[in-house]
Design a protein around this ligand. Structure first.
Ligand code: DLL
Length: 446
């Protein structure tokens, strides 16, 4: 994409980052890099994607004449359906023959969302994932046990190439074969575990069932993401595996894992602003929201060659924090993604995300951190059943009392009336990737 504004001269020294020059430049300098790159990504989209050119023109914009980042607000949003409508490669800015790789998200209905990368895109992705791993405490030479799924899902290969870029040997496990995962983590002496948080928990459980104490293993850092998870689940995982758990965020439409990641301060996830523009909007009106207010995250890619995405609505709910972070990085922070717009349940008028219920359940005495939410229709009203597992060894005679206790806390903390069913240990399915938290049994189209 030609040369970019040279960020080297913007360096602030002293922070422990993989790319100190890029990660600690001043906000003014970052804005300058962003504006320069925005013009280039608009030019790329204008030249190579007719649908994008039409949109840019209709918004009265022209790549080189964009004078400020705010002007991008004139452009309408992109949504997942735009990718589906141009399935498979219609929004790509490079011909198939110039791509280095294709990924896709499965999607529960209809066509998958297909995304593509040039060699250069893969290099930048590896850099950002390496930057993220370093921020979480991984260092050159650390063995990385990668239990994200390999394949069309971006988790496996994304974490893999980032770890390699950092100089870490990778064990490319993928998901599944959980008992074997435990054995290899211990035998090979992995220091870093990459997995979804729900699968990390399944690994912890499999270890305990075999009488293996992962707290005595060399594991020290967990890079967990790809699904919402609560602070309570983080505590559980840390206590049971004996590592420090970091939240890593990303989505295939924008890149894959490594769009944002926590640093050692764990005070929000640094969104890598030299490659992405982040906005938070009101999901109902599309109006921009001030920093600190929760809304839908919108992302523009600044350096993607194969698939430039301009103002993409992620459906993810978060808040932006721009205050200083003690780590010295200047890039903004996205506060924990609590859920997706489309995961929000409305039960008898109460809006609730599964992660809010998780926060009430996980860590409660007598309960294991495995749960599912079942939504059914009763007459005209929706009804929520929370199914949660008892800890191993808990007497079935106490299940009713546990259920009442959960119902009481859900009511008092979230304001929601729910039926609660406590199941015996191992009574709920385990995840090997993204956990399925909600079973929606309501009649379709009703
Ligand atoms: O899940 C990429 C990824 C892989 C991220 C591994 C982190 C680690 P998709 O399959 O396209 O890509 O799903 C993206 O997953 O829009 C969010 O709804 C959710 N998600 C991803 N990371 C987090 C996170 C990968 N840390 C969708 N917290 C996103 C909450 C997350 N939700």
């Amino acid at each position: 994409m030609g040369t970019i504004t040279e960020p080297r001269r913007f360096a602030k020294h002293g922070a422990d980052c993989l790319h100190p020059l890029l990660e600690t430049m001043s906000r003014d300098q970052l804005a300058q890099v962003q504006l320069d790159r925005l013009r280039k990504v608009l030019r790329n989209a204008w030249d190579h994607v007719p649908w994008q050119r039409e949109r840019i023109e209709a918004a009265g914009l022209h790549p080189e004449s964009v004078a400020g980042l705010d002007e991008l607000r004139r452009l309408p949003f992109m949504v997942k359906d735009d990718l589906r409508a141009h399935y498979p490669f219609g929004l790509f800015a490079r011909p198939k023959s110039r791509l280095a790789r294709v990924h896709a998200s499965s999607g529960t209905t209809g066509k998958p969302t297909v995304v593509g990368y040039t060699e250069g895109d893969l290099g930048r992705w590896a850099d950002l994932m390496a930057r993220s791993l370093y921020g979480a405490g991984a260092r050159r030479g650390d063995l990385v046990h990668n239990a994200y799924g390999y394949g069309l899902f971006t988790g496996g290969l994304g974490a893999h190439q980032g770890a390699e870029r950092l100089g870490c040997p990778v064990v490319p496990m993928s998901g599944g074969g959980t008992e074997r995962q435990v054995a290899l983590i211990v035998d090979f002496g992995a220091r870093v575990l990459c997995a979804t948080p729900s699968y990390a928990l399944a690994i912890a459980e499999a270890a305990e069932a075999q009488g293996i104490d992962l707290r005595c293993s060399e594991l020290a850092v967990g890079m967990f993401g790809a699904e919402p998870w609560s602070a309570a689940l983080r505590e559980q995982i840390e206590a049971r595996i004996g590592l420090k758990a970091y939240d890593v965020y990303g989505l295939s439409e924008i890149m894959g894992p490594g769009v944002a990641c926590e640093c050692e301060c764990r005070n929000g996830l640094h969104g890598w602003e030299d490659h992405f523009l982040f906005e938070v909007i009101d999901p109902d009106t599309g109006a921009p929201l001030p920093d600190g207010q929760a809304g839908e995250l919108v992302i523009t890619t600044l350096t993607k060659e194969a698939l430039p995405m301009l103002r993409y609505r992620t459906r993810d709910i978060t808040r932006i924090a721009r205050g200083r972070c003690d780590c010295g990085r200047t890039h903004l922070r996205l506060l924990r993604v609590t859920g997706r717009n489309d995961d929000m349940l409305i039960i008898r008028g109460v809006n609730v995300y599964p992660s809010q219920i998780e926060a009430v359940l996980v860590g409660r005495p007598g309960l294991a951190p495995h749960y599912q939410l079942v939504v059914e229709r009763e007459g005209a009203l929706d009804r929520l059943r929370i199914e949660v597992e008892a800890e191993p060894g808990v007497d079935a005679a106490s299940f009713d009392a546990l259920a009442r206790d959960v119902a009481h806390h859900v009511k008092s903390m979230i304001g929601l009336t729910a039926d609660v069913l406590v199941r015996p240990s191992c009574g709920l399915p385990r995840s090997q990737g993204k956990a399925v938290r909600v079973r929606d049994l309501r009649p379709k189209g009703a």
